[in-house]
Ligand binder design. Structure first.
Ligand SMILES: Nc1ncnc2c1ncn2[C@@H]1O[C@H](COP(=O)(O)OP(=O)(O)OP(=O)(O)O)[C@@H](O)[C@H]1O
Length: 452
């Protein structure tokens, strides 16, 4: 470009004025266009996300949509969102085209002035070869400038996408917590909740109110209560997923004073919806490649899945679709068995499986996690009937706590009333399970006393 400009200046020095005039106009035009293009690009990005979310939500709930015959409703919703996005996209195309037209007009004007300057200011010495050279080079110059401006504006407006990604890096981050936890912590997994309050929002009323409870090492504790009683919030407090007031101690270590990463990696949890990746079975059980094949097979054997699995390289489909709900939970249990943490939490883990699989999972836990402290949040009361303790929650508070058999003796108690509502057959079987567990518990305590 500089070479062409020098050549034109040698042939006709007045052309520098024209170049400066047209160049300034193109510059002003570019600045105006860039501001508009960036704003529109931002708008286009914001209106595009709802289209994608709607498509992925519709795909995820395809069976429900078809079962309810809601295709037309979803299609109409999709069209609305796409219309909004198309409006923004149309604005992008229109402004881009308008900008190109104005650029072309200025380029044509420049070549026109170059040509007419030679005509009008001819003093008889201009050579026709010079004129031809200046016009042809002028045409090349304006093409270069147009292309350069278009590419620059394209890059600057595409940078809006980078800006949107960078916004995520500025989200407020969770504090990392204190120093690393001791290496072999927790050894006993004795849990103490002391004066515990939990709020999801600093301004809101506490969801957990003044919780005080000690869970001894190795106890299997069931947490029950009505919907919204705060059972899952108790788990959130344990993992420090929400800000808490008060203290949670595990083996006398305040969980608020150690690194969050350590705290969360030392507690195993089996959630209601198991998380499985579309990868090999081995990757699903041991994503960080920490254990040998023999250890993984042993864990599968412990949860009685060894027979159902042919190879560790077998593929698990997205969300574990090629496994039954119970098997998915057992895979999570195998993961917990591999991690060998002393504290295991089950958050309504067996809500979606049939009572037999529930019993199998509970049996496996009693057998292979015998030394671990296990906290089981359950809606199905039979799941926790043979626990060492049952904690009954109501409106964010612990209203009852004790051995299920003891709690059932108090007919006006919360637990006994919940059991009453099951119907006489279920109530009878639950009472029998609790009594059997109680007798075993007594036998165990007696044997322990005798040994001492
Ligand atoms: N992420 C959250 N943000 C704000 N409030 C929440 C949040 N999670 C739960 N809550 C509120 O906390 C209270 C207790 O909810 P929690 O999920 O602990 O109950 P739950 O006993 O586990 O219920 P469920 O048996 O239905 O799972 C409810 O009133 C709920 O509205």
């Amino acid at each position: 470009m500089i070479g062409i400009l020098v050549m034109i200046a040698i042939v006709n020095p007045y052309m520098m004025l024209t170049t400066l005039f047209c160049g300034s106009f193109m510059y002003i035009l570019t600045i105006i266009y860039l501001n508009t293009a960036q704003a529109i690009k931002r708008l286009e990005g914001v209106t595009r996300s709802p289209v994608f979310s709607h498509v992925s939500a519709s795909m995820a709930g395809l069976f429900t949509v078809r079962a309810c015959g809601a295709q037309d409703m979803l299609r109409a919703q999709f069209d609305d969102k796409q219309d909004v996005h198309t409006s923004a996209w149309y604005l992008t195309l229109v402004t881009n085209t308008a900008f190109s037209i104005y650029l072309s007009l200025f380029s044509a004007l420049y070549v026109l002035i170059v040509a007419y300057t030679f005509l009008l200011m001819d003093d008889g010495t201009t050579k026709s070869g010079d004129v031809g050279l200046a016009i042809s080079q002028g045409l090349i110059l304006v093409n270069m400038v147009q292309h350069g401006i278009k590419m620059t504006t394209e890059v600057v407006s595409q940078m809006i996408s980078v800006e949107r990604v960078l916004q995520f890096t500025k989200l407020p981050q969770e504090a990392a917590g204190g120093p690393p936890a001791p290496r072999d912590w927790p050894q006993r997994a004795r849990l103490v909740f002391k004066d515990l309050y939990l709020r999801y929002d600093r301004e809101a009323e506490p969801v957990l109110k003044n919780l005080n409870i000690v869970i001894e090492s190795g106890w299997k504790v069931g947490v029950v209560g009505r919907t919204g009683a705060g059972k899952s919030s108790l788990i959130s407090a344990l993992f420090r997923l929400a800000p808490i007031d008060g203290h949670v101690y595990i083996d006398d270590v305040d969980t608020g004073e150690i690194a969050l990463k350590d705290l969360r990696s030392r507690i195993s949890i089996i959630p209601q919806e198991p998380v499985l990746f579309s990868a090999s079975l081995r990757y699903n059980l041991d994503p960080f490649d920490k254990y040998s094949d023999a250890e993984i097979w042993k864990a599968l054997e412990q949860v009685e899945l060894k027979q159902s699995v042919t190879s560790l390289s077998a593929e698990v489909e997205a969300g574990g679709a090629n496994f039954s709900a119970g098997q998915r939970q057992l895979l999570c249990l195998a993961r917990a068995a591999l991690a060998r943490n002393r504290l295991l939490v089950l958050d309504e883990a067996t809500a979606n499986v049939d009572p037999n699989t529930d019993a199998l999972i509970q049996k496996s836990i009693r057998k292979h996690f015998a030394d671990c402290t296990v906290l089981t949040v359950a809606h199905r009361l039979h799941t926790v009937a043979d626990s060492d303790r049952v904690v009954v929650m109501e409106a964010g508070q612990i209203v009852e706590c004790g051995h299920p058999h003891d709690l059932l003796q108090n007919e006006n108690g919360y637990f006994a009333k919940m059991v009453n509502q099951l119907g006489s057959a279920s109530e009878q079987s639950l009472r029998e399970i609790a009594q059997k567990a109680y007798l075993q518990h007594i036998k165990y305590v007696d044997a322990d006393d005798h040994a001492q």
